[in-house]
Design a protein around this ligand. Sequence first.
Ligand code: NDP
Ligand code: BG6
Length: 504
Amino acid sequence: MANPTPPPLRGEFCVETVPQSCGLVIFGASGDLVHRKLLPSLFSLCEKGLLQRTFYVLGYARTEMSDDDFRATVRADLTQRFPAADPAHVDSFVACCHYHVGGYDQPADFAALARRLQQLDAQYSLSGRHLFYLAVPPTLFGAIANLLRQAGLTAETGDTWARLLVEKPFGRDLASAMALDRELRQALAESQIYRIDHYLAKETVQNILVLRFGNAVFEPLWNRRFIDHVQITVAESLGVEERGGYFDHAGLLRDMVQNHLLQLLAMVAMEPPVSFEADRVRDERVRLLRAVRPLPPAEVVRGQYTAGTIAGHPVRAYREEDKIAPDSRRETFVAARLWVDNWRWQGVPFYLRVGKRLPRRVSEIGIVFRPVPHSIFAPLSQEDLHPNVLRLNVQPDEGVALTIQAKHPGPRLCLSRLTMDFTYQEVFGQEPPEAYERLLLDCMLGDQTLFVRHDDMEIAWSLFTPIVEAWEAEGEPEEYAAGTWGPAGADKLIEEDGREWLPL
Ligand code: NDP
Ligand code: BG6
């Protein structure tokens, strides 16, 4: 079923493990995420030969469907997403998919689920290794975990295991996140809980650690002596699409800043872990987050888009989108200046900006180095020599670029800026895999490195809960026209420090 593995690059060293076979139970199997992301990602793992041949998927939801109905939807998803896939591969994947109708609050339904899993385990000669994916609204997370425990499905003995993959959002403030966490941890041990932040599983985000700690040249420069500031931008051209109901209840600070942006910051700024073991890496992420100075709400810029134009197409204002209150004060843009109070980063600002309906989709981390201390190229002054910038392109043109000064060829001394770069597409001949592939694979392998630990989640909420509360109590977001780079306040935030946003 698997395609041949691409030939290794020269000097390539791979750590690749195929997980034990298991059953994947997906709650909310009739929903959007399952069909758009999860099942295509699982198929892609099969195509790459990264899963055992014996595994099964059990979709679970209230919607009435037979196994065959469910398989027909899976087949439709796969043929749309992978039009060139070998039909025999699609057939064999679809044949492993099953469906079980049940609710999310009755012990009897979970007892029936346990019986169905016993049958499937026997059919596939598997012995009680189950991964439960909660692709349902977060209000159901706690109840499902509890009912799984009551049905005896969370117990682990010998060679069997039970793991719970938990989607976002994980709470809406510190208190609710802690309450949810208590519920989950009454049902399962921390080692069984996999809290998803899909940004951690992006290939380019994992590459930050390899770049920093797999090379000797960067780390000596990676500190306040050589780095002037860091910029982290996550821009989307999309608006809230069909998720208006959820988004207008949350806002962008909850949706993307306290999780994705903060995790990017942690990956860039953390200390080297002593090893690449999950808890050693997570210890360092947590240690870094503990050093982030709490932000006064007044220093965080919030914006909301008005009508505008993106790529030549007119788009509606946020308040005119479906399921958005016409007087909504929810933010669709956030910019902030964060400080990390430790020896490495004292005095180095980290500027974050994230927004919807910006001119284009681009996520990038810019490390801006200090200027040279003195110019020997008179009459060019120190200010005429542009500082080096290392750009980590998270998406969509995944890669790394370093700008340096170089002599322009010719008899005169002319300096110009040039960029040394690599893109995944050019070097590896393929785009990086979907983050959900990595999340599913790592959970099957029992590797929690790219998942959020309970203390990680708690610190992130402690930092941002005062801000969401202050914003809910009073004030309005600044307006920005869709198709622009955010409100004037975002420029002011960085310009008052004598700096500017890197062009994107
Ligand atoms: P959906 O709203 O499509 O819900 C998934 C399924 O859950 C539904 O098909 C339905 O199945 C069941 N369900 C929905 N609402 C209720 C309810 N009120 N009570 C009981 N069951 C309900 O969600 P998504 O698939 O979009 O997302 C799943 C999870 O992933 C959510 O936690 C979401 O926050 C998260 N997520 C989603 C993303 C996305 O792009 N879609 C992105 C990031 C996170 P049935 O009625 O058949 O039981
Ligand atoms: C999700 C947010 O977590 O991340 C969405 O809920 C956002 O609002 C999405 O659009 C962005 O993810 P990606 O992978 O497309 O950058």
